[in-house]
Design a protein around this ligand. Structure first.
Ligand code: ADP
Length: 539
């Protein structure tokens, strides 16, 4: 039995203007010689009779069953709905106790009702009501005080809620079955995906080896087919990974491997992957990095998938001659946040679907061309990074197309340590790296480098192989031998020839080496590659 309190009181009043009008009429009708006292007695009696008939009309017009009871619950009045509801003849209903009609009710219910009334509250009860024939129906009962004939009585308004209850139960049942269905489907899909991942990975490995020429040079025709195979199997692996990531996100077990990443470069990298696809469709694709020097703490692989999904959609849903603009900028609405915005002038999303495109498996009618998972996993990934993703179609101020905005918390720039004994060269290197937003620390010797490693905890080290106090190769080995520095990525910039022993060290630790003079682009590619991880997501 549910019970609620609500603050309100209900009173039935005789309206003063009714009494006034009635009194005036009776005075006119009074027989000559009648004392004023007699007249007022008649009027009051009449008023009482009139009130009683008005009250009865009101009682009978009420949709609910009404039971008026004394303070102990004995029924003193009721409407015909009440005898209908409780399948009880009117002659029997009067005098029975209300509590007998409410399943599970006892004296404590009356005590609660009286306590609530003292605090000017009425009592709401949800319970099963008992009919005289012992059948039951669910009901909502509101109990309040009603002052009739100067006697305080309890008024029970009983509403039959069988239809609502049945609908509610059917709805709850449908939701339960749907959730079960959904869980079974998602389990099945993730199981199949698991099964697919291993053979797909070995297929991609085999294809990559064929393309590398391990089985000899491939004839151009064969190469073309193998490249197609490579593209398709990588795309399939991408979908399989989306499905598995979504499942993990649902189970709250999706793990992020975060590093501090230059957002503009990450976005650019994703866009570059899709450039050929856009060009072959005749769609323009441009990136404007207004916040080129902003960093975010993110799982670069997963965030690159977000970029690929969103820009990939823009390419997919924009026709020949269309245009896609990608902007990386400080979020104008939120300090300390950066965002990338992908805006296309393609087919757009129908207004009724805009709010649903980030749901799992949701695709829009005739435009549907994928698994409907891309935006769902993108949202999960972005939200796990403390970010937001918003979609507008058409973009504000435009007539057609779609705009997707991904906002992320900005992070402080990471530190790059430049180890170079020649101040002029060190200065140029530092200048170039700082121009891309990094904090640069310079060290002119191996000793200074070791001290800086300890003090600054750099995210990457750019290193000359010739140092005054130690060979660059030995500094590398020292760093790799120390747990606190062994994982810091290194880029070598050297003017000297690399001897065989050094080459083996560089090769063994996969350290890129640039000759002097180096190109700024190549240098930055290597440094930023170290921050983002070099492995690419295949699309
Ligand atoms: P899919 O893998 O099917 O593209 P998504 O989750 O990425 O799934 O997108 C869901 C749906 O949202 C798509 O089927 C498409 O109808 C719509 N959509 C997403 N991006 C765009 C866009 N840039 N232009 C038009 N429609 C889009």
């Amino acid at each position: 039995m549910g019970e609620h309190d609500a603050t309100s009181t209900m009173r039935i009043d005789i309206r003063p203007d009714f009494l006034g009008q009635s009194l005036a009429r009776k005075r006119q009708e009074a027989p000559a010689g009648a004392s004023p006292r007699d007249t007022s007695y008649l009027v009051l009696e009449d008023a009482a009779r009139h009130r009683s008939s008005e009250f009865r009309k009101l009682l009978e017009s009420i949709y609910d069953a009404v039971l008026v009871a004394d303070s102990k619950g004995r029924i003193v009045d009721f409407n015909s709905r009440a005898s209908e509801f409780f399948a009880c003849p009117p002659a029997q209903l009067g005098g029975m106790n209300v509590l007998g009609f409410i399943s599970g009710a006892d004296g404590s219910l009356l005590a609660t009702i009286h306590r609530n009334l003292e605090q000017h509250r009425y009592t709401l009860i949800e319970a099963h009501c008992l009919r005289v024939d012992t059948s039951t129906f669910p009901a909502e009962i509101a109990v309040n005080r009603v002052d009739l004939d100067e006697q305080s009585q309890l008024c029970f308004l009983v509403r039959d809620i069988s239809v609502r209850k049945r609908a509610q139960e059917a709805l709850e049942d449908a939701v339960r079955r749907l959730a079960e269905h959904d869980r079974a489907r998602s389990e099945f899909v993730s199981h199949v995906s698991h099964e697919l991942r291993t053979p797909l990975t070995s297929m991609i490995y085999g294809i990559a080896n064929l393309l590398r020429g391990v089985g000899g040079t491939l004839p151009p025709e064969v190469r073309r087919y193998v490249e197609l195979l490579e593209g398709d199997s990588k795309r399939l692996l991408g979908t399989v990974n989306d499905i598995l990531d979504l499942r993990q996100a649902e189970m709250k077990t999706l793990k992020l491997v975060k590093s501090r990443v230059p957002l503009a470069r990450l976005v650019q990298r994703g866009v570059d992957v899709l450039r050929v696809q856009a060009e072959s469709k005749g769609v323009g694709l441009e990136v404007a990095a207004k916040a080129a020097q902003r960093f975010v703490d993110c799982d670069a692989h997963k965030m690159e998938r977000v970029v690929l999904n969103i820009v990939g959609n823009a390419v997919k849903f924009t026709g020949k001659g269309g245009m896609i603009d990608v902007t990386v900028e400080d979020d104008p609405q939120a300090a300390g946040r950066v965002r990338f915005v992908v805006r296309d002038n393609g087919v757009g999303i129908p207004p009724e679907a805009v709010g649903r495109v980030m749901e799992m498996y949701f695709t829009v009618g005739e435009q549907a061309s994928g698994s409907g998972l891309g935006l769902a996993i993108s949202r999960q990934i972005v939200e796990l990074h403390g970010g937001t993703i918003d979609i507008a179609s058409p973009p504000p101020g435009r007539e057609k197309g779609t705009e997707v905005r991904v906002g992320l918390p900005a992070a402080e720039p990471p530190c790059v340590l430049v180890v170079e004994d020649r101040p002029d060269v060190s200065g140029v290197l530092a200048g170039q790296i700082a121009r891309h937003g990094y904090r640069v620390v310079e060290a002119g010797s191996a000793a200074a480098a070791l001290a800086a490693l300890d003090r600054e905890h750099p995210g990457a080290v750019v290193l000359d192989l010739v140092l005054p106090d130690m060979a660059g190769r030995d500094l590398i080995l020292k760093m790799k031998a120390d747990k606190s520095t062994s994982r810091i990525p290194l880029v070598v910039v050297t003017g000297a020839d690399v001897d065989a022993r050094t080459a083996r060290v560089l090769d063994g630790f996969s350290i890129p080496a640039l000759g002097k003079p180096w190109g700024e682009e190549v240098l930055m590619d290597h440094i930023e590659g170290t921050f983002m991880g070099t492995a690419r997501l295949g699309v």
